[in-house]
Design a protein around this ligand. Structure first.
Ligand SMILES: [Fe+2]
Length: 131
């Protein structure tokens, strides 16, 4: 399973946020490594558990900073985070029926969402993520 390598093109330049983004990649990589090695439903459950709690923690960190630094796009950004959290929550409905193919599709989706979100949505707001 291909893992996602962190590189400088993903760094927004704020230590705390970059550290949290790296942790999200670590969660996705650990998910990738589990695929095919255990029951797909269990892989999905473990992944959703850590993703839900860490993504919530990370999104809250970002949103607090955007609010504190009076980012004009604060609510728009918050909406994107909420949409992602909603999608992840919806995946719980597939927990009993997910198979290896479904997990691989999910892995591709997560990598794409996270890299696109960081580069296209977080990056332009980097000045507002100052602690
Ligand atoms: Fe974000």
């Amino acid at each position: 399973m291909s893992l996602v390598e962190w590189d400088d093109s993903l760094a927004i330049g704020v230590k705390l946020i970059d550290k949290q983004h790296k942790e999200l990649f670590r969660i996705i990589n650990s998910f990738s490594e589990r695929i095919g090695k255990e029951d797909p439903s269990f892989t999905l459950k473990v992944t959703l558990d850590s993703l839900k709690s860490y993504a919530h923690y990370h999104f809250t960190t970002e949103e607090k900073l955007l609010q504190k630094n009076r980012c004009p796009l604060h609510f728009r950004h918050q909406g994107m985070h909420a949409a992602f959290a909603g999608l992840v929550a919806k995946l719980e409905e597939r927990q009993d029926s997910i198979d290896r193919k479904g997990l691989l599709e999910l892995q591709a989706f997560l990598v794409d969402w996270l890299t696109t979100h960081i580069k296209k949505q977080d990056m332009p707001l980097r000045a507002y993520f100052a602690p």
